[in-house]
Ligand binder design. Sequence first.
Ligand code: UDX
Length: 449
Amino acid sequence: MGKRVLLFPLPFQGHINPMLEVAALLHSRGFSITIFHTSYNSIDSTKYPLYRFILVEDGGISGRFRSVVGDAMQRITAWNNNCEQLFYDCLTSVLSEKNEEPIACLIRDTHWYNLQYLANKLGVPTLVLRTGSTATLNWYMTFPQLIQKGFIPVQESQLNMPIIELAPLRMRDLPCLPDCSHEVLRDLFTHAIDAIRASSGVIVNTFDAIDSTEVENFQKEIPIPVFCIGPLHKFTPPARSSLLDPDRSCLDWLDMQSAGSVLYVSFGSLACMNFEELIETAWGLANSDQPFIWVVRPGSVLGKDKVDLPDGFIEATSGRGKIVSWAPQQEVLAHAAIGAFWTHNGWNSTIEAICEGVPMICRPQFADQMGNARYVMHAWKVGIELEGKLERGNIEMAIKRLMREDEGAEIRQRMRAMKHEASLSIKSDGSSSINIDKLISFISSFKIL
Ligand code: UDX
């Protein structure tokens, strides 16, 4: 009889994708997979006939895929509180099943912090999946100390001050969320870190060449195993976990474009803009004269399910612009016609771009995005910043800088080297492949339940 791994992703797109990639990886190594999910952004189980799905009713919070930035924190706190008893009941019931394969461990998202203590109470070994970089965990640990020292809330005059213990971050790059106080963030980070201390180890969607120093720093504080096994999507078949249907016609459209000519524009699953910024973005793209794919998802504009593009824009960009409401992003980035990626620097988008060697125009908005962008622009130097107010002139200039000027050529060269590093990590003797083997041995060493 084989062993079973239980997994519980946080129900946001950027957290569901990597967790399902971990599931696919473990399944390919002989583990049976049971996935807990909530009715909010529930996963379409019909796409995964080989896995078992268990719905943890999330205490009345339901719905699907919106721009939830403002209330993301409240949601995470509410889910942790509301799901406690429900998850405890689910876990107890799964543990008592006599005819199913024995359980090796639980893998939970970093932000399902309360579940750690329930799993510990029931004696279930638990690993944490960090869907962001390892660096984010160090930011979480240092955040409360920066508050204590009086650096947060950040003063206007200190925005560019370097944070020595978190180099290359400056104060302006620290995680923040609109409509969310630093005290609320501190509590969230403290809960996340305390629960990690109580876990058996951490899995991160990254690879040693870009994150090993951060791992060392993390382990000085919390000496538990860390498994850098990314880029996860390179070890698994293309994700089927999109919460919106990807418009695959953009791949045919890309086939007709010349190599390296197309700008891919997408801001992930949660970030949004106001209507004025949408108009500026549209005309910036139009005026750049560069072919582009632009993901305008429902909810891309604050408070609007249906997004109206400005009059005349479609005509002005006819033949060189492709608008989709959701793209098969990993395949788009891997297409030879893609030359650059204008991104919000969510971690998944960032690592997906690195894997394909696509340089970035960085326009971070919230959470870990500013810090990720800082690494892209300053530590790795594989992207440029789109600074200041979002205006058509700045947009046009950034696109030209990256896609047509000498500066862009140098950035592309560095990006090719980074892509090479990523490709080495997934070879059979590469760091991530070795770390996957270590993870499998680690999971196999747990006493089964
Ligand atoms: C957010 C944060 O910004 C991220 O850093 C954090 O770790 C998780 O929450 P999100 O805004 O969704 O995530 O961005 P990102 O992390 O980039 O994930 C988006 C995912 O959706 C990527 O895997 C991307 O490939 C996919 N995607 C996006 C598509 O498949 N199609 C699209 O059109 C857009």
